[in-house]
Design a protein around this ligand. Structure first.
Ligand SMILES: NC(=O)c1ccc[n+]([C@@H]2O[C@H](COP(=O)([O-])OP(=O)(O)OC[C@H]3O[C@@H](n4cnc5c(N)ncnc54)[C@H](OP(=O)(O)O)[C@@H]3O)[C@@H](O)[C@H]2O)c1
Length: 268
């Protein structure tokens, strides 16, 4: 039996209060993490999700400390705050999930330049800022047998073009972070930190629900697996990428989309 787990590990999840980030936090809580730090811009959301995760742990007989820190990771000052608050509690961090992200869709003529800046500030600069700050704590945790993990929540939009919704900044940002992750994997691998990216397709969340509603059945009909992504898909992948068994996997962009990236829009 192969037991994928994150036993005793400390994990930080940006944008961990809902959606895919919360799914990751849940997977860590349920599979042995000793502590999970979740962050988002809103203190109320951090408090509510902390309570939810603590109850989840208690209901499942798990002991996991949950800490919620409000921080807007598109701002350098708040990235510093997230790092400083986390380092008050922990001398090492085993897992960083750089998940917080935003999108903007508009026809080319209407797409505000300010929205391009906003999306890139969070989806690229914020991701880099967090990884840069947390590298010393990750290095402290990593060993040759079980390196520390950085997982970037990229998107299938980093692999194939999703131009229908006019998400120009989003596609650029996700292609950018996936590629940045590969460079970081080369540089941080020798320091016992692996860097991988997840590239999800469509998962119903606050961010994606609007588009899923507008697109209707086509997203399911054209998916080779004939469904949207589900919580368990994210949880299985994040657990695998953060468990000891995947210690030799470094620099991958893992599509998590039922195979849509092979032929987007195709009805087979
Ligand atoms: N859902 C999908 O289909 C899909 C597909 C591919 C990739 N992704 C990626 O997955 C990640 C999570 O998306 P999601 O679908 O789970 O979206 P979501 O439900 O909207 O959740 C986004 C999370 O990020 C937080 N957040 C937003 N802006 C932030 C900021 N400036 N600083 C800190 N936290 C911030 C939000 O909390 P607050 O609002 O309280 O800040 C929330 O916790 C994103 O990077 C997204 O691009 C999603």
């Amino acid at each position: 039996m192969v037991d994928f787990n994150v036993q005793g590990k400390v994990a930080v999840v940006t944008g961990g209060t809902r959606g895919l980030g919360l799914y990751c936090a849940e997977a860590f809580v349920l599979n042995g993490a000793s502590a999970v730090v979740i962050s988002s811009r809103k203190q109320k959301a951090c408090d509510e999700s902390k309570k939810y995760l603590e109850k989840l742990a208690a209901d499942n007989g798990k002991t996991c400390r949950v800490i919620g820190i409000a921080a807007d990771v598109s701002k350098e000052s708040d990235c510093n705050l997230l790092f400083e608050e986390t380092s008050k509690h922990f001398k090492k961090v085993d897992i960083l999930v750089a998940n917080a992200g935003a999108t903007w869709g508009a026809p080319i003529g209407d797409h505000p330049i300010s929205a391009m800046h906003k999306v890139l500030a969070l989806n690229v600069v914020g991701v880099f800022n967090c990884i840069q700050l947390f590298t010393p704590l990750l290095e402290e945790a990593g060993t040759p047998e079980d390196p520390a993990r950085v997982v970037i929540m990229s998107s299938v939009a980093s692999i194939v073009s999703l131009d229908a919704a006019g998400v120009y900044g989003y596609t650029a940002s996700k292609a950018g972070v996936s590629h940045m992750g590969k460079s970081l994997a080369l540089q941080l691998g020798p320091r016992n930190i692996t860097v991988n990216s997840l590239a999800p397709g469509y998962f119903p969340t606050k961010m994606a629900n609007g588009l899923i509603e507008v697109a209707g059945d086509i997203l399911v009909d054209t998916n080779p697996r004939r469904r949207l992504g589900e919580k368990e898909d994210i949880q299985s992948a994040i657990l695998f990428l953060c468990s000891k068994q995947s210690n030799y996997i470094n620099g991958v962009v893992l599509p998590l989309d039922g195979g849509t990236h092979l032929a987007p829009g195709a009805r087979l």
